[in-house]
Design a protein around this ligand. Structure first.
Ligand code: 5BU
Length: 481
């Protein structure tokens, strides 16, 4: 939806003169090298340009006949533009936080709204469409509707088509092709540069099929209890059912070294958790009595025990490590996990050792620590291996829903109410980000609970926030039905 030519040309030239369009070699967020770069953040230094851009975007929304109750700018560049549109036309604005707020609230959207209200998304540039999509997802998660987005510049790389597939109609003031034409016409760039950029655009299209995270589909359309019915493995079934019954998707990482403290936590936190996750080898005073007591507490409070042993050897060795030695893990842990790096044998070895018992295994498909190698093809291979052995493999340790199979359970460590970096490379996301945005099923929380002055209060809060995030995901489903 281009505006009349002279208005568009003028605006493009003003943006060029302000330094918002640059030619050279630039590395984009995706890692791809681009011969052109738009930095529309510089607009904040040019009030007249800002005003003009906001008017242009408002006019586009009017021409689209978009009906909306509020406006939300994709953070950060589009925030001032949305603000101007809101003030000038007296339309309420909403702000989407990039990070959840302080302890306890985990609020992603600021401002007043009613469930079912329609919100117009405003953005400076659309490339893959993922920024608009993410903002829209956060709005939808709290009950808003998003059907329209207005953008200043479309890089013509397939973003609008992808958004359209998700029901978001996106209109731009002008395209990158228009920018090139105007700049050549006004002798700001030469023809070869125009050709180079055009070649880049043609060679860097985002496929409209591989839209965002298709895996989000599964967890979002079924409840935990509905998914329980689809599980072959009885441990997975039990876990999904008890999550729904106890209304908690919190796994507690019991990383304390004293057995007495460990058992105390297993008792007092019991009502708030679905899983008690152990690193049994860090206990300085381990005895078989500890696990006998832990098992009794797990029955009393109805949670499962997950020994985070991360097996990573050949099948024959992990079989012994699982059932023998001091800890005899197979005797008491409902769930264990393994690195897929040795190949199928690691799972086969564990499965043999668990024969005759109700046990489940998680594969580590992604890790929370900075610089870890479990990414891309490695993650994809982990998913394939798990799906091939789904009688014993019940899911993943991952940062997102890596499998679309409804019987696969995703557990995410590195969770805190305030996201950021921890010590020794640990990285944190919020429960909202893990469950709503990344489509995970269970949050794993350690130090934010055992280091709290009120441990039970902290666990109760995580229980509430984690389950609310799941409910927000389900609300979105109902909205779509
Ligand atoms: P924290 O205190 O909430 O950072 O504890 C996280 C727990 O999850 C801790 O027991 C780790 O060993 C475990 N963990 C993790 O943090 N990141 C991973 O990728 C995997 C496990 Br796998």
């Amino acid at each position: 939806m281009e505006l009349n030519d002279s208005t568009t040309d003028n605006l493009i030239l003003k943006l060029f003169d302000a330094g918002a369009v640059k030619f050279g070699e630039f590395t984009l967020k995706s890692g791809i090298k681009s011969p052109v770069y738009f930095d529309l953040r510089v607009m904040v230094s040019y009030p007249e340009i800002m005003k003009e851009v906001s008017e242009v975007l408002w006019n586009i929304a009017e021409k689209m006949d978009a009906k909306f109750d509020s406006i939300c700018g994709v953070p950060y560049t589009a925030l001032p533009i949305a603000t101007l549109m809101s003030v000038e036309h007296r339309k309420p604005m909403l702000i989407r936080r990039k990070e959840a707020k302080d302890y306890g609230t985990a609020k992603m959207i600021e401002g007043h709204f009613e469930k079912g209200d329609k919100c117009l998304v405003v953005e400076d540039i659309v490339t893959s469409g993922s920024s608009i999509f993410e903002t829209s997802e956060s709005l939808v998660a709290v009950g808003l509707k998003v059907t329209d987005a207005v953008v200043l510049l479309d890089r013509c790389q397939g973003g609008s088509a992808r958004l359209q597939q998700h029901g978001i109609n996106t209109e731009s003031a002008f395209t990158i092709r228009k920018v090139l034409d105007v700049l050549v016409q006004h002798e700001k760039i030469k023809l070869p540069m125009k050709r180079e950029v055009e070649e880049f655009i043609d060679g860097n299209q985002f496929e409209s099929k591989s839209i965002f995270t298709p895996r989000k589909i599964t967890p979002e359309v079924l409840t935990y209890a509905e998914r329980a019915k689809l599980c072959k493995n009885p441990v997975a079934r039990k876990l999904l059912n008890l999550i729904e019954e106890k209304q908690t998707n919190l796994a507690f990482a019991a990383d304390v070294t004293d057995a007495e403290e460990f058992l105390k936590l297993a008792d007092v936190l019991g009502p708030h958790i679905c899983i008690f996750k152990t690193h049994i080898d860090i206990l300085k005073n381990f005895s078989s009595d500890v696990v006998t007591k832990l098992k009794a507490l797990a029955v009393k409070h109805r949670y499962l025990i997950f020994e985070d042993r991360k097996f990573a050897d050949i099948g024959g060795t992990v079989k012994h490590q699982y059932r023998a030695g001091v800890h005899k893990i197979v005797e008491w842990a409902d769930i264990v996990n393994a690195h897929p790096v040795p190949g199928h044998g690691v799972v086969e070895g564990l499965k043999e050792a668990a024969s005759g018992k109700q046990r489940g295994c998680l594969l580590i498909a992604e890790m929370s620590s900075k610089g870890n190698l479990a990414t891309g093809q490695y993650t994809a291979a982990a998913v394939k291996m798990a799906e091939e052995m789904s009688d014993f493999v019940i899911g993943f340790i991952s940062q997102s829903a890596v499998s679309a199979k409804p019987y696969m359970i995703h557990m995410t460590p590195g969770v805190k109410l305030v996201p950021g970096s921890g010590t020794l490379g640990q990285q944190y996301v919020t429960p909202q980000q893990a469950i709503v945005e990344k489509g995970s099923d269970i949050i794993i929380v350690g130090r934010d609970i055992y280091e709290a002055s009120n441990r039970v209060g902290a666990a109760a809060n995580y229980k509430k926030v984690g389950y609310q995030a799941y409910c927000a995901r389900m609300f979105r489903r109902k909205d779509k039905d």
